[in-house]
Write a protein that binds this ligand. Structure first.
Ligand SMILES: C[S@@+](CC[C@H](N)C(=O)[O-])C[C@H]1O[C@@H](n2cnc3c(N)ncnc32)[C@H](O)[C@@H]1O
Length: 298
C-alpha cells in the first residue's frame, strides 16, 4: 500500500513518496512506483554488491570524498547522502567524524540498521520528487551512482533541490558511472546497447555523468572540479580490476530483470552474453568503465 505526503517547496507542491511499493520478478525485488525510474533491484543481494562497490571506491579515491571539508567535518557539520542505499558511505563517514550529523535518504528500505551510531539517521525519501528538508539545512551533500535512478529531468531538479538545502558556501559532491565500456568487445557492446535501451525507455541518460558539471554550472554552483576515472574490468587491471570484475559479476545479473522486460533480449541470450563478456572478453580486450567525480560549492 503506497502512502504519499505533499510538501511545499519553492511555492510548488511536490509529491514526496513516503513508501515506494515493490514487486518481485526473476527472484529480485524491484521498485513498482510511477515516480521511481530506478532499474536495479532493491534487495539484500544489492546490499552486498554495494558494499564491494563502496570498498573499491575507497581504494580508488584513497578516501571517502574529495571536497575540502575535513576541518569542518571534524568540528561538526550536517551532511546529507542522497540515494544512500544501505548507507555504507554514511556509516564510514559517521565513524570518522563523530562530531558531525549524517542523514542518508533512499526510496528503498535497504538501510543497514545494526549498531547504528547516534550521529546517523536514515529516512525513506524519493529524491526524484523533491528533498523534504528546510532551506540551508546541510553543509555537505553527497550523491553517488544515481544514473540508473534519476531521469534526466529529475537529475537537474534534484541538483536544484540540493542547492536549496545547502547552506551558503556548502559543498556538493557527485560520483557517477557512465554506462559504456572502453575497448568494448562484441559481448560488452551488446550489453551496453541493451542497458541503454532499457534506460532510454525510463527517461534515464547513460551519459549523465558527462553533463553533471554543466548541470551544476546552470544551477549556479561555483569552483566546479571534474575528475575522470577509467576503472579496469578483470585481472589485466591488477587488484582494482579483480574487484571491479567481482562487482560486474553481481551488477550485470542485477540489471537482467529490467533489461529482459524492457528490450528484446531473452533471459538465455542475456545470460550467455554476460558469461562471454566477463569470463572471456573482459581480460582479453582490456575492457574498462569510465566514471566522473564532480564537486563544487554553493
Ligand atoms: C546504485 S545504488 C547506490 C547506493 C549508494 N549511493 C552507494 O554508493 O552505495 C543507487 C541507490 O539509489 C536509490 N534510488 C534510486 N532512485 C531513487 C530515488 N528516486 N530517490 C531516492 N533514492 C533512489 C536506490 O534505491 C539505490 O539504493
Amino acid at each position: 500500500m503506497e502512502t504519499t505526503t505533499t510538501t511545499e517547496f519553492r511555492n510548488e507542491v511536490l509529491k514526496t513518496t513516503a513508501n515506494t511499493t515493490f514487486r518481485i520478478s526473476g527472484g529480485r525485488r524491484l521498485a513498482n512506483d510511477a515516480n521511481v525510474a530506478y532499474i536495479l533491484p532493491s534487495d539484500q543481494d544489492e546490499v552486498k554488491r554495494l558494499k564491494l562497490n563502496h570498498d573499491l571506491w575507497k581504494e580508488l579515491m584513497n578516501g571517502l570524498y574529495k571536497s575540502d571539508m575535513h576541518e569542518q567535518l571534524e568540528k561538526g557539520i550536517r551532511v546529507l547522502d542522497v540515494g544512500c542505499g544501505p548507507g555504507w558511505w554514511t556509516l564510514d563517514m559517521a565513524a570518522l567524524y563523530p562530531n558531525s550529523q549524517f542523514v542518508g535518504i533512499d526510496m528503498a528500505d535497504v538501510f543497514v540498521t545494526k549498531d547504528l551510531p547516534s550521529n546517523v539517521t536514515f529516512k525513506r525519501m524519493n529524491a526524484g520528487t523533491g528533498l523534504d528538508f528546510d532551506d540551508g539545512s546541510f553543509d555537505f551533500v553527497f550523491q553517488r551512482f544515481l544514473v540508473m535512478g534519476l531521469s534526466v529531468d529529475q537529475y537537474s531538479s534534484s541538483v536544484a533541490e540540493i542547492k536549496r538545502v545547502l547552506k551558503p558556501k556548502g559543498a556538493i559532491e557527485i560520483l557517477e558511472l557512465i554506462n559504456d565500456y572502453s575497448n568494448a568487445s562484441p559481448a560488452f557492446a551488446r550489453i551496453t546497447s541493451w542497458i541503454q535501451q532499457a534506460m532510454d525507455s525510463r527517461g534515464l541518460d547513460s551519459f549523465i555523468a558527462d553533463k553533471v558539471s554543466s548541470i551544476l554550472e546552470t544551477a549556479g554552483f561555483q569552483t566546479i572540479k571534474d575528475v575522470n576515472y577509467d576503472v579496469p574490468i578483470g585481472p589485466w587491471g591488477g587488484e582494482p580490476g579483480e574487484m571491479f570484475l567481482a562487482i560486474q559479476k553481481l551488477a550485470l545479473p542485477a540489471v537482467k530483470v529490467m533489461v529482459t522486460e524492457l528490450t528484446s533480449a531473452t533471459p538465455q541470450e542475456y545470460d550467455q552474453t554476460v558469461q562471454q563478456a566477463l569470463i572471456e572478453e573482459a581480460h582479453s580486450h582490456q575492457v574498462s568503465t569510465r566514471f566522473r567525480l564532480i564537486y563544487a560549492t554553493k
